[in-house]
Unconditional design. Sequence first.
Length: 68
Amino acid sequence: MVSIYVGNLLFKTTQDEIRSLFEQHGEVISVKLITDRDENAANQAVEHFNGMEFGGRMLKVNISRDKR
């Protein structure tokens, strides 16, 4: 299975629209859209949760970057 990153989408884009678009070229197993557009809130969440114990494990949380 291969994951595909798609950037620069309109904020109103839906998972169903992306699924329909990519199904033109094969089976789509899942679509996940990240909708948190508030960079400040995301940075605060990373700072708060990185290194926090959760379920007996230490979380590693950071900002996801496009892997080009």
